[in-house]
Design a protein around this ligand. Sequence first.
Ligand code: ZN
Length: 715
Amino acid sequence: MANTQRPAWLKDGLVFVGHWEPMIYRRRGGFAGTDAEEHYLREHSEEAVAKLADLGVNLVITHYHKGFGPAAEQGEYHLLRQLIRLCHERGIKVGVYVRLDTLVYETLLVEKPEIEGLTPGETARLTAGPAVSSAEPDSWFQVNLNGQYPVYNDNDSGALYYRRQACPCNNDYLSWAEERVAYAIRDLGADLIHFDGVMPFLEGYQCYCDRCVGEFRRYLQGKYADPELAKERFGFSNLSQILPPVYAEHPSHRYSPRLIRIVKDPVMQEWTRWRTEKLAAMHHRLSRHIRRLNPEVAVEVNTLMPLDHNGYFWSGLDLPMIADENDCMWTEDEHWPRLTDDGILISRIREFKIGRTLKNIIFSYHRGRNPAELKLSMAQAMAFNAQTIGMVGSMPPDEEDWPNRSPLPGQPLAEWPSQYEVKRQQIRFFRDSFEHYADTESVGGIALLRSRYALSYSMTAPHHHALLWEQTLIQSGLPFDIIFDEQMADLSKYQALVLPNVDCMSDEMMETVRQYVEAGGGLVATGETSTHDLWRRRRPEMGLRDVLGANARLGGDPHHATRHYCGKGRAAYLPAILTEADLSDAASFRSSYWKLPLNVRAMREAVEWASRDRLPAWLEGPETVVAEFLTQPSLGKHLVHLVNFDLSRARHDLDIKLRLPRGSRVQSVMALDPDARRPERLRAQREGQVSTIRVPSLDIYRLVVIATTQASWQR
Ligand SMILES: [Zn+2]
């Protein structure tokens, strides 16, 4: 892990607005109205900034670099400077937008004609020949195998032909990107760089230029310099003629990457590794550049956080790698918190929990069709995101009303406050109670592993198991963290480890798990866990057989986990996660699939048995109330956030259970609610090591603050 010093101001609790399209793009994109100029001026006005201060906003993300080039974009810099000055006068930080992956050739080639390099035909010819020749002209644009320039959103519809993808291996282009970043920091005074568009490696649309092909070949030759190793991996040892995977153009063609379910081709596997490492290296290069220029400037990146499909393979995205030298990460998921009519609880809890593990603040939008939905959205962020609410509107912040003020046709209009008023009230609560949000840690409990190899080389089972385990834990009132391979090095704060169909495991990974269980940890494994190595080669026998026991079989009973004692620990195994819909071929696991599994009871029982009644905290309540369990160790405080996703009714008599260390006891309990005038004092009842705190009612959100006589739950 890189030991990155984060900018201090990120701890202030971020509440922000954003408006990142410059006027040039509003016009070129065809979405500027006749009053666009007037509106644009208002966005940069003193009046707009005053309103931000009133709303409680402390960060604005504004336009800067859309890829038209500075000659075309600099006409807007005076307004940008004005906005930054007005914001800084009121203590509001300013982030600027930097588009990384697309370039608008219509203006950029006027300014820099030399970056075109090859014509498309020449490039196509060259890709079939030997890699890397330093004499070749240096195009900044990606070229595909047909000699075409891949463009933004290059799928079957909505392609913006005038925004070409930039080649990720072009050093001149990356140096130019560094210059653009330096200008924003040195000359404009930006406090945060918002990188948008980090998708140069969309599988099937990637660059086949000689630079990219050459870099990939050198990567293979370096990694498999030992001819015996190369032979074991590929069947031969001279790797000088390998190309990145080649697909047919048509999406329904049988070579389309969209149809792949298992990545077993060794070149395709290495291509996935190279793309993820290359993208992280690109990001880290820019990130280190920013830190060198000013360590108080934050680095933020829009990865979209692909969690419901194989983002490693489709997009070359490895979140923990990127996050290592990054501060804030955008998700643009569709996971608006709600309970659907068929009872599916949809949330952004995964994204927020991953942010906490990776020490990245998650940026997301808030919306709601009525005050309750908006409050739920903001509550979810307050409960699960690390001391950050996120984006509460655009610029200038306006007093919009709800789109459907009347609950039913013919009914009188509801007496609702404006969205602005609701946001303002929630933000005020967050600020007034900020001491309870600052510097918190998870209590531990259950660790659920999202392992990069299993998730990279399959589109289906490892993803289904990870998402459904997360859903089960979210809706079970149990404390849990989502961890990655990097966190396996220290599992000491967890009472149980869940391996959701982690089929690809190395001997080292299995040894880590073995030692954890032997020392007293609990293990729950499902599906094909440990059946393959990191090249996804099948083992003749399950690698964790000795830990999971002889009865752990794929054909076993999915309603009853097998139980096995191993050293001081316990290991449970379930062969399958049962769902109503047949998911076996689903490569994108959208929220409509997030219904609790049919064998959810067996999953919960397995976790409870494996953790041997040692979990530090849990909630006894309905499946539609979710809880986050945090601590402020230095203050001896425990924070339990309760969020009710069922907006049709309030909940009553929820029991928070705390297992306090010997000698420690609850001193006081306060329940805070953004909609209540003052905190409610609650009582704790102790039985043995477990204290029960009954929460008499929950509308949407309550934060229960528990002061104890001992600083830590961790034993
Ligand atoms: Zn390239």
